[in-house]
Design a protein around this ligand. Sequence first.
Ligand code: ATP
Length: 237
Amino acid sequence: PPAAPVLDASGVSAGYGGRTILQGLNLQVQRGQIYALLGSNGAGKTTTLSLFLGFLAPSAGSVRVQGTDPVTDPDGARRQLAYIPENVALYEHLSARENLSYLLDLAGQPEDAQAIDQALQAAGLDPAAHGRRVAGFSKGMRQKVAIALALARKVPALLLDEPTSGLDPQATAEFNRLLALLRAQGVAILMVTHDLLSAADVADRIGFIDAGRLVEEVAADSAASGDERFDVRALHR
Ligand code: ATP
């Protein structure tokens, strides 16, 4: 039988304070797959990530992370996940290396200096920056520290919110190469983005969400090749 998806939302409805945002959402991300979730502002993209993180409970349907229910076992679900928000929060007065060491300790996974440097290097952070305070780091460098943390934790799933917004094309391409590296290691990746071109470049599947409903889902290579099922205008019909 096919392996169960790492990230699985089935028939999910959810909202805030009685206001329904997501309706009947079905979204699955397999091991070694990159899924890009696109949609306009307020469509429900960040809300979808919140469900997997256990910040929000569905009013209907079920959510699973590696088989774990984030509602009943949020710590268990978060152990399987790395979450990279649009603006990565780090300890500003600490170096990249110290941040990683401290955050891995907090995650109950202390690592030696060599493993930490390896993770930072694998994430593409210039070795000259490993010992520098992160206070002066760009958005792209902060993301590399966050990716290094995900690599060192060896999580099966990665959630990203608008990872390439504000990055220049070269940094975006570099970031997408990193995601492809994680995919090659079998990580299931769900990224929220406004950037269709970047999504088509890196993702295996693209889902379009509009007013809380997944209105289209396509294989990304069909998006790139102009498959007629891929039609951004569908969002506005
Ligand atoms: P954006 O691209 O602007 O981040 P999004 O697709 O991520 O949009 P969400 O952040 O999921 O959209 O928001 C969906 C809807 O839920 C919006 O109408 C938003 O105002 C509302 N919403 C989001 N978070 C909360 C919250 N904590 N409490 C109440 N309403 C919220």
